[in-house]
Design a protein around this ligand. Structure first.
Ligand code: CMP
Length: 138
């Protein structure tokens, strides 16, 4: 069981002014912020982050969207972090997300779905390392 996961608040949510409300929901759910940064990915960086989806038909759209505006990247800590965070954010497609989840509350579509959450302990490590050096976490 992991105690760490990685998240991004995506450009749709930052541009609509939802960053504070989403962070509030995350913190109230018991997650501690271990590292955080506000940044704007280049298309190359977004493409590298989502390389695992390179063969998917939505890859180009995903890269364009994720580099279209600011994102907030963070490493979060909590017992059972990966699974609990995925429960908190809800289904990838907000139309299928449970009531009260972050995607139900803030997401518009499967592409513009407000937040990312790691899907495994291994990916949480890889994704956190993509954004943060040892000096940037505590
Ligand atoms: P995320 O959790 O960040 O991981 C991969 C992302 O790909 C996912 O959220 C969605 O935003 C995006 N995605 C998945 N399926 C589709 C789709 N059918 N069309 C557009 N984007 C998608």
């Amino acid at each position: 069981m992991s105690n760490s996961t990685f998240t991004m608040i995506k450009p749709d949510a930052t541009s609509k002014g939802y960053t504070g409300a989403i962070l509030d929901q995350i913190i109230k759910a018991g997650f501690k912020v271990k590292a955080m940064k506000w940044t704007n990915l280049t298309p190359a960086q977004a493409g590298q982050f989502y390389e695992v989806h390179k063969e998917r038909p939505f890859y180009g759209e995903l890269v364009d969207f994720m580099s279209s505006g600011p994102i907030v990247a963070a490493i979060l800590e909590k017992e059972n972090a990966v699974a609990d965070f995925r429960t908190l954010i809800g289904a990838t497609n907000p139309a299928q997300a449970a009531e009260g989840t972050i995607r139900k509350n803030f997401a518009a579509s499967i592409g513009e779905n407000a937040v990312h959450g790691s899907d495994s302990d291994e990916n949480a490590q890889i994704e956190g390392n993509f954004f943060f050096s040892k000096l940037e976490r505590f």
